[in-house]
Design a protein around this ligand. Structure first.
Ligand code: NDP
Length: 289
């Protein structure tokens, strides 16, 4: 199947498919197989996982099963909070590659700006220079974390993966990323499927006008902002609709109306709260063993 997708270039020229598929919370093996199998069949080639999702091995299996060459895929994983530091990151990277059954990663991100992320970055820079990672970046970093990282690094981060949706568009951070040539990637691009957001009257009107679903309108809004998106769905029909975004365009007036939905509401925890909880990290360490 030949699905249209756009590519966005990272600062080093590497092309990233703008629509990817997020696999967080796809933990049941059967559900995972159906969703990812369908995504590959439809034409998704960009997949976003993380050590903490516990499904790197399943993703590797589905990719192999497809018999499509490794080079056609764009695979992202992330360093978890318990693996910060130079040695631990190198080890975690090796384990992730082993689970995914790959020799290199297209993208590797620091999942949260937990303590020691500067040393983590040093390991990632080395892996990048050895050709084992094509794009290095961060997730859930705020401006001060990026600024600190750039002060201590040889290679600046190429991407920041952050919660972004119409209610939480991250305008200030977005402008900062654009200014520093760091790509903006949205997690929870659909506001985690929040019913109020997907039922919003203004979005419904725009969707009706374009003969599209509200989800497609939201995703198209991200696309026109130049953001990379990784919506997750376990349902084949939604997986298909989430990548059919290139046969219509939102007018500047429609973009403006969606911009007005900004309420500053996150659907998830603030990254700063997440990363400083030692109890949370301790529990996660037990959980992911
Ligand atoms: P999303 O915004 O992608 O929303 C997913 C939810 O929306 C699911 O409940 C899904 O339900 C529903 N949904 C999907 N498509 C549609 C549609 N077309 N119409 C209606 N409902 C729909 O949130 P996620 O939190 O899953 O984020 C996406 C990805 O981002 C994750 O999978 C993960 O890879 C990454 N992520 C990264 C984080 C980080 O810290 N770096 C944190 C969280 C996520 P259903 O499955 O039933 O279709």
């Amino acid at each position: 199947m030949n699905t249209i997708n756009q590519e966005i270039r990272a600062a080093n020229g590497v092309k990233i498919p703008q629509i990817g598929f997020g696999v967080y919370k796809l933990t049941k093996e059967e559900e995972f197989e159906t969703a990812v199998g369908e995504a590959i069949r439809i034409g998704y080639r960009h997949f976003d996982t993380a050590k903490i999702y516990g499904n790197e091995k399943n993703l590797g299996k589905e990719i192999q099963k497809s018999r499509i060459s490794r080079e056609e895929f764009f695979i992202t994983s992330k360093v978890w909070n318990t693996d910060h530091g130079y040695e631990a990151t190198k080890k975690a990277f090796g384990e992730t590659c082993k689970k995914l059954n790959v020799e290199y990663l297209d993208m590797y991100l620091i999942h949260f700006a937990s303590p020691h992320y500067i040393e983590t970055w040093r390991a990632m820079e080395e892996l990048y220079l050895e050709g084992k990672i094509k794009v290095i970046g961060v997730a859930n970093f705020e401006i001060q974390h990026i600024a600190e990282l750039m002060r201590h690094s040889k290679i600046p981060p190429m991407i920041n993966q952050i919660e972004t949706h119409p209610e939480f568009p991250q305008n200030e951070l977005h402008d900062y990323l654009v200014e520093h040539k760091i790509l903006h990637e949205a997690w929870a691009p659909l506001g985690q499927g929040n019913k109020a957001l997907l039922g919003n009257a203004e979005l419904k009107k725009i969707a009706y006008h374009h003969n599209k679903t509200v989800a497609q309108i939201i995703l198209r809004w991200h696309v026109q902002r130049g953001i990379i998106i990784i919506p997750k769905s376990s349902k084949p029909e939604r997986i298909k609709e989430n990548i059919q975004l290139f046969d219509f365009e939102l007018s500047s007036e429609e973009m403006g109306k969606i911009n007005q939905l900004n309420t500053g509401k996150r659907y998830s925890h603030s990254p700063t709260g997440y990363m400083i909880s030692p109890l949370y990290n301790k529990l996660m360490k037990i959980f992911i063993k």
